[in-house]
Structures are given as C-alpha cells and as structure tokens.
Design a protein around this ligand. Structure first.
Ligand SMILES: Nc1ncnc2c1ncn2[C@@H]1O[C@H](COP(=O)(O)OP(=O)(O)OP(=O)(O)O)[C@@H](O)[C@H]1O
Ligand SMILES: [Mg+2]
Length: 319
C-alpha cells in the first residue's frame, strides 16, 4: 500500500508487457515480447536512464509510458492514477503534462514549417489563446538555449544541435512535468552531445521536469541520470541508484555493458575487465541473458526472481 501522507512517484510502471505478433497461421499465432514484466518508478524532477542495446525495448517502453502505443498487460500510473482509466479531462491534462523528444531532429521537425510554427503547434492543440502563444514560444526557445532570431528560420537553416534545441523548445512549451527523451543525442556530434545533456540537466533543475532518458550509451546515462534501468531483450536485468549500478554493477550484463564502453577515467576502466561473451542456444523460459552469459549454469534455465540489495535490484540467480 502507498503511504497516504507521501505523494506518489510521478510515474510507476508495474509488470508492464508488450507483445507483437510475429507469425500467424491458421491454427497458431506466435508472439514476441518486446517488453516483458518491466517495473520501475520515476520520481518528480528526477532523471531515469533506460539503457540497453538496440532492440532491447527502450523506445517501446518510452511510447508505452506516454500511451502513444497500447500496453498488453501491467499498469502505468501517472501521479498515482492509472493512465488507462483517466477521464477525458484527466487525459487532456496528461497529454499536456507529458512530452517526447526523438533521436533525430531532421525527421522529427516538419521541414516546411518555420521554427515558430513548430514550437507553437502544441499550444494550438491545447487551445492556448493567441495572445499568450507568442510569449510562450519566445520563452521556450530561450529556455532551450537559442534566441528569438531563430523563430523565423526553417529547420534546414539550423545545425543538428540547434535543431535538437528546437525539438526541446517544442517539448517544454506546455511546461510539462515529464519528458521521454529517446536517444536525443545519438544523431549528434560528440561535442554537441554534452551540450544537450547539460540542457536536459538544467531543465530538470530549474523547471523540475522529470525525464526518462533513453540511451545505449552508459557513459551519458552516468553523467545525467539519478537512477538507472538496464534492459536486455525487453526485460530488466538490473535497476537502482546510478552510483550503485554503475560503480558496483551486479548483473553480468551490466558488467558487460560497462566493460564495452570507454569510461571517463582509465582508473574506472581498470575495474571492468572485458568479460567474455558466450553464445548458447536460446531456451524458452530461461533467463533472457542465458545464451550470452559467461557464468550461466543449469539453474539459469529458469527465470531468476528479483534480488533486492540496498540501492539496487538485480535479476540474476547468482546475486
Ligand atoms: N510495431 C512493431 N511490430 C513488431 N515488432 C516491433 C514493433 N516495434 C518494435 N518492434 C520490435 O520490438 C523490439 C524492441 O524495439 P525497440 O524499438 O523498443 O528497441 P530499442 O531498444 O528502442 O532499439 P534501438 O536502440 O535500436 O532504438 C525490437 O526487436 C523491434 O524490432
Ligand atoms: Mg529506440
């Protein structure tokens, strides 16, 4: 039971699953779980990093949380309310208070619209009076680190980093409480990536916006996030406070992820020797990491239950 005196987390995801049909015959339908039994919380004004390799289900979770796609099972609560049982008015408020930034601003911004129209559109959708809109658009573009001279330009006249700032201005123009940032820096040069990461940090601190920061780059997650969720093939392997998960990873997959990226300091890197990957046959019902885990034993042919440590939770039989 929730403690009534404490406000609920901004977002609670409980045993969330999403499956896709992959094969259909006359007698048989075969499904594949893009997300399976995923649970985590996101506190107000915090940044949760969702990390995992390509195809692990990160974007699917981002879209599920915003109800851009339909879940199969599980629950998603926003400020304690199930987003699938909102009234019409509550649904409108949910749409106004949540937003998304995509990976590639070249495709997410309409090339035929001026920047001012791109940033203004959410205000029109939510029926803001015309006289308020201009001021809000100007404020959003400035808060995103650009100036008002950009408003009359087209996306093609901007650099990649500037375009992503426009996407951010559009995402913050309604003063949301929560933004899904789906790989917002991976289409950008390394030098620009850090600027966008710093902008996200600033928006969290100054505007109390919470973010679900989706990335395959555990380094960026380490710089930006308060809490980390490690995903593999649609399932959580490990989750917990950033310090715990990144400095003292317990799951072999988290260790593998950390070992395979260049860490900021060589000293840190020394602690994470490359661990070998093993490829075995997939077994239905086994730990999803079984086929690649160097430490797998017979018990791993069964799914592990969660092991709760002080600051992290790990899905591994050997923790
Ligand atoms: N509409 C769909 N129909 C069928 N399969 C889908 C659909 N959308 C996603 N998938 C599959 O679900 C899995 C998870 O996809 P998702 O896009 O969430 O992964 P991701 O972690 O965001 O990957 P990336 O890092 O490449 O963006 C993938 O195997 C993908 O092919
Ligand atoms: Mg994705």
């Amino acid at each position: 039971m929730e403690n009534d005196s404490k406000p609920p987390p901004l977002i609670q995801i409980r045993s969330l699953s999403k499956k896709y049909l992959i094969k259909k015959s006359l007698f048989n339908k075969e499904y594949f779980y893009a997300v399976y039994n995923v649970s985590f919380k996101l506190q107000k004004s915090s940044i949760v990093g969702l990390v995992g390799e390509s195809g692990s289900g990160k974007s699917t979770i981002g879209r599920l949380v915003l109800k851009l796609i339909q879940k199969d099972t599980g629950q998603i609560l926003f400020e304690g309310k199930d987003i699938y049982s909102l009234t019409k008015e509550e649904e409108k408020k949910f749409r106004r208070e949540t937003s998304i930034i995509f990976q590639d601003p070249r495709t997410s911004l309409n090339p035929r619209w001026k920047i001012k129209d791109i940033v203004e559109e959410p205000l029109i959708v939510h029926n803001f009076p015309k006289k308020e809109r201009k001021q809000l658009v100007e404020k959003a573009i400035i808060d995103a680190g650009l100036d008002t001279t950009f408003l009359d330009k087209y996306p093609s006249q901007l650099s990649g980093g500037q375009r992503q700032r426009v996407a951010i201005a559009r995402a913050i123009v309604l003063s949301p409480k929560f933004i899904v940032a789906d790989e917002p820096t991976s289409a950008l040069d390394v030098s620009i990536q850090l600027q966008i990461v710093n902008l996200i940090k600033k928006l969290k601190e100054e505007k109390n916006i919470a973010f679900l920061f989706i990335s395959h780059d555990i380094n960026l997650v380490g710089i930006l996030c308060d809490y980390v969720v490690v995903l593999y093939r649609g399932e959580i392997m490990e989750k917990g406070d950033k310090e715990a998960v990144l400095k003292s990873p317990k799951h072999p997959y988290t260790k593998l992820l950390i070992a395979s990226v260049p860490l900021e300091s060589p000293k840190q890197r020394k602690n994470f020797k490359e661990i070998p990957e093993v490829f075995r046959e997939d077994i239905k019902g086994a730990c999803v990491f079984y086929h690649r885990c160097p430490y797998a034993e017979d018990i791993c042919k069964q799914k592990p239950t969660v092991k709760t440590l002080k600051n992290q939770e790990v899905y591994c039989h050997f923790v």
